[in-house]
Design a protein around this ligand. Structure first.
Ligand SMILES: Cc1cc2nc3c(=O)[nH]c(=O)nc-3n(C[C@H](O)[C@H](O)[C@H](O)COP(=O)(O)OP(=O)(O)OC[C@H]3O[C@@H](n4cnc5c(N)ncnc54)[C@H](O)[C@@H]3O)c2cc1C
Length: 411
């Protein structure tokens, strides 16, 4: 039986929910989109503020490896809708894309707003009906899993659909709608939800007042950073009042967070001169410095000054700082002790969420037949680089295909 004309409620108007809606509309279903906020895609718009990184141009294998031990679960999503499809989708909405020097893919204008505007217009033209300011409260008693309760502008409202896609996001930036308040509702229904945790987040460090006053707000570039047995990655980060933030920190954030959870604190190993070998650094520093201070020696021989020199002062014991051979070792492996992740609400994304074991192969909740899940609310994580949006979009598409199969159409 064709599912055309059947009614699907999509709850959550972020990238995952909107992509589920698009896929269902393409197959002739009636789609109603509900969201607690006054307008759609608020986090998506925020993501565009610093340059919307839609996806990444690297080959499929390294791309997939960014999802860590969840890669086997994400692989089918990306096979059906990968980086090239994300770009084609954007082009189809009239928004050209380009590959930046790091291999990251951005819309030509870098912004999310034109893309979102074109997308919403296309969805509306295809028949999507949007119900904003509708907060999903849970399920109606004795109405089955596709019987929903919403708090809307006119009070509580019951909605009955043939199938439901939940795409409620993670637990960061609550003021944009992604507040994780859905977690207890799903758990009460016996659905296995891993605790939400900060991912792609900054960390607190125990800066001295002197270091904080002199260097908070300054970028540290170019350096390499490693955590545990993981590979060192090159890039930049920012010293903040509280600790560290920025793209290079995010690449190691999951490992740092896990180490802090296991041991109480974590060490991030910094290489302040990643383009120099240890031998070259040692030779430069052990070169006679005459009457010059160690600081001016560092600057003239290695170009290490400002915040990098400040980090050495902050993290190297005074006796090592005076010893050129030992200082040279520290320049290549500076231990930066991190105390805790920044609060989850500040994070770019969150780990945890509905476990894959709670879903069948069509992304339907085993405990709630007819209800499908997509996006960041599922239990996976990835670094920044376009991997988040790509998987959210692809999972929205996969959930919609699950709905189509469930309602009797071809998957
Ligand atoms: C500052 C910042 C920059 C980012 N930059 C990038 C980037 O460049 N590239 C990238 O790949 N990713 C980026 N991200 C991450 C990306 O924005 C998210 O991973 C993505 O938006 C998640 O999509 P989603 O559809 O799963 O959830 P969301 O976008 O969080 O959408 C969930 C929706 O569900 C709604 N909702 C929640 N609960 C309810 C409820 N009970 N009832 C009704 N509605 C509800 C919310 O209002 C929201 O609209 C960034 C994130 C941040 C914060």
């Amino acid at each position: 039986m064709s599912p055309a004309g059947r009614r699907v409620a999509v709850v959550g108007a972020g990238p995952a929910g909107l992509m589920a809606a698009q896929t269902l509309l393409e197959q002739g279903l009636r789609v109603e989109v509900y969201d607690a906020m006054p307008s759609a895609g608020r986090k998506f718009l925020l993501a565009g503020r610093g340059g919307l990184n839609l996806t990444h141009s690297e080959p499929a294998a390294p791309f997939l490896s960014r999802y860590g031990n969840r890669a086997p679960r994400i692989a089918p999503w990306l096979e059906a809708f990968g980086a090239a499809d994300v770009r084609a989708w954007s082009h189809g909405l009239g928004i050209d894309t380009f590959v930046g020097s790091s291999g990251r893919v951005f819309p030509r204008e870098m912004k999310a707003a034109p893309l979102l505007r074109a997308w919403l217009a296309r969805l509306r033209a295809s028949g999507a009906v949007f119900h904003m300011r509708h907060r999903w409260l849970g399920w109606r008693a004795a109405a089955g899993p596709a019987g929903l309760r919403f708090a809307g502008p006119q009070g509580e409202r019951a909605v009955q659909a043939d199938a439901v896609v939940l795409a409620l996001g993670g637990g960061s930036w609550a003021r944009l709608g992604s507040d994780g308040a859905w977690v207890p509702e799903l758990r009460d229904r016996g659905i296995d939800v891993a605790p939400l945790r900060a991912a792609n987040c900054g960390f607190d460090a125990d800066w001295s007042a002197h270091f904080r006053q002199r260097h908070a707000g300054q970028p540290v570039k170019t350096v390499a950073l490693a955590c545990g047995s993981g590979p060192a990655r090159q890039g930049e980060f920012v010293v903040t009042e509280a600790g560290v933030e920025g793209s290079l920190v995010y690449t190691c954030a999951a490992a740092l967070r896990d180490e802090i959870e296991a041991r109480g604190s974590a060490i991030a190993w910094l290489d302040l001169a990643p383009d120099w070998s240890q031998e070259r650094v040692t030779a430069a520093l052990t070169h006679p410095r005459g009457a010059r201070s160690m600081s001016s020696h560092l600057q003239s021989r290695l170009g290490i000054a400002g915040v990098k020199a400040g980090l050495l002062r902050e993290c190297v014991p005074a006796e090592d700082f005076r010893d050129p051979a030992r200082l040279a070792l520290r320049i290549k492996a500076l231990p930066l002790r991190l105390l805790r992740p920044r609060p989850m609400d500040e994070a770019i994304s969150t780990a945890g969420g509905v476990r894959f074991e709670a879903l069948d192969e069509g992304q339907m909740l085993r405990q709630a037949p007819g209800v499908f899940c997509a996006g960041e609310m599922l239990d996976w994580e990835a670094p920044t680089g376009g991997y988040l949006l790509t998987a959210c979009l692809a999972s929205g598409r996969a959930a919609a295909r699950g709905v189509l199969a469930y309602l009797g159409g071809r998957p």
